[in-house]
Design a protein around this ligand. Structure first.
Ligand code: CMC
Length: 431
């Protein structure tokens, strides 16, 4: 981390120069680590909007340019030429695999898809109508009770084993959570199928339906996983790093990440897009809906539009849109009223001054919900699928943190606004 310049800070009648550090690309950061010691003050930064909490070499985002890179490779190139499994390898190990590395990785990952047979018993403890995110969160944490080997986080081989187990087993738990909710038998992983084809098979095969995975749909599923694989230091990834910084086991860390993703402000937006489309009704109702959004009285937002980081366009959204059209064509859904409504809504919003002036473009979630719906995946599984995909990013970031000598346990401070010290009054003296 080269120091490029310094920034002067004055507080409490002291002035000090703080180092300014430069990354490979992107904004510089002021190194404020000495501030509490030097000045006796802390930075006030709710939501960490002004704080870089780590150095990372995994993912780079330029929100103004609409750029997303994984280990230096553009998301557009990965989506066109790579697969979710290859991208997972890239995120974890930092380079694209050779043919031999890829073959060995895929074989090993297929073997790790199975769950310990006793894990089945957990599912019976959940109500049939349990949210699949609740099942996923609990069952992933419980895997630490089964895999006692691989839990030494100081040992790189152990960490690698847990990393692979998590990426391979989370889809099986996710698919079984769905099967459990609809009362169908669990479908065991098929080692012959690709990661995404196997996932669709575990969701939709039944003992008697001779389910054949459609390659176009498997490719679409793979794109969705690939596009959600990592996204820098977002809320769930930061959660994984926070829990990991205490030395917790990897299953507990990823379970915490799943819990953070569950919230509608993070992983739940694609579900909200479908709810919005259903509430709008028909094409004719779009102008009235957009007026409601623009008046801002009702607090209604155009879900699937806008992004905190991307102020130009979300590069994932463009690829998702193309995939959406491929899936629609494959399934012959061109006349689906909800898809028709979504396309018209996007068209009208993109030519509306309100959205143009505020640089509000469709984000990844505008289309992903539509594709998942077309694939026959129920809405309460949408965030679960996001978690399946993001597991690759979470474990990569967790590994990176454990390899970083500068990483420390997360321990933020606060601006205390409560009572000053006061005398304790025994209960019989209180008025
Ligand atoms: N519909 C209508 N107006 C909007 C929207 C929207 N979706 N998003 C932002 N605005 C307006 C906002 O009212 C504000 O207007 P003004 O300047 O007149 O006050 C302006 O645009 C700037 O918005 P902001 O509040 O500064 O934006 P933000 O960075 O705080 O919010 C956001 C980002 C994603 C939360 C927001 O755009 C939003 O709520 N979008 C809808 C929900 C959604 O699709 N979320 C998925 C995000 S992508 C998933 C991921 O990567 O994790």
């Amino acid at each position: 981390m080269p120091k490029t310049s310094s920034a002067s800070l004055s507080a409490h009648n002291k002035t000090r120069d703080l180092p300014v550090l430069s990354g490979t690309v992107g904004p510089d950061v002021v190194d404020t680590r000495s501030v509490p010691r030097e000045f006796g003050v802390f930075a006030f930064d709710p939501g960490l909007i002004a704080t870089a909490t780590c150095t990372s070499s995994i993912t780079y985002i330029d929100g103004d340019k609409g750029t997303l890179l994984h280990r230096g490779y553009a998301i557009e190139d990965l989506a066109e030429h790579s697969t979710y499994m290859e991208t997972a390898f890239l995120l974890i190990y930092g380079h694209l695999p050779t043919q031999a590395e890829s073959d060995a990785f895929l074989k090993d990952m297929a073997k790790h898809r199975y769950l310990n047979e006793q894990v089945r018993n957990f599912f019976n403890g959940f109500r049939r109508d349990a949210h699949p995110m609740a099942i996923l969160c609990g069952t992933v944490a419980a895997l630490s009770a089964f895999h006692h080997d691989g839990l030494d986080i100081a040992n790189p081989q152990d960490r690698d084993l847990s990393t692979r187990r998590l990426i391979a087993k989370v889809p099986t738990i996710a698919a079984w959570a769905y099967k459990y909710s609809i009362g169908e038998p669990f479908v065991y992983p098929d080692e012959e199928l690709s990661f995404s084809a196997n996932f669709l098979n575990m969701l939709f095969a039944r003992p008697g339906n001779h389910y054949k995975v459609n390659p176009v749909l498997a490719r679409a599923m793979d794109r969705i996983f690939l596009l959600h694989a990592d996204h820098e230091q977002n809320a769930s990834t930061t959660t994984v790093r926070i829990v990991g910084s205490t030395g917790s086991n990897p299953y507990a860390c990823i379970s915490a990440g799943i819990a953070a993703l569950w919230g509608p402000a993070h992983g739940g937006a694609n579900e909200a897009v479908l709810a919005m489309l259903e509430s709008i009704g028909t094409r004719e109702d779009i102008p009235a809906f957009l007026e409601k959004v623009k008046s801002r009285e009702s607090g209604v937002r155009l879900m699937g539009f806008g992004h905190r980081v991307y102020r130009n366009f979300d590069p994932r959204a463009k690829i998702m849109q193309e995939t959406c059209h491929e899936v629609i064509a494959e399934l012959g859904l061109e006349r689906d009223p909800l898809l028709d409504l979504a396309m018209e809504l996007e068209h009208i919003a993109l030519s509306d001054d309100y959205f143009i002036q505020r640089r509000l473009y469709p984000n990844v979630d505008f289309y992903s919900g539509l594709i998942l719906k077309a694939l026959g995946i129920p809405t309460n599984m949408f965030t679960v699928l996001f978690a399946v995909a993001r597991t690759a990013g979470w474990v990569s970031q967790w590994n990176e943190m454990l390899n970083d000598p500068a990483a420390r346990i997360f321990r933020p401070r606060q601006l205390y606004m409560g009572a000053e010290q006061r005398n304790f009054t025994p209960i019989h003296e209180r008025g």
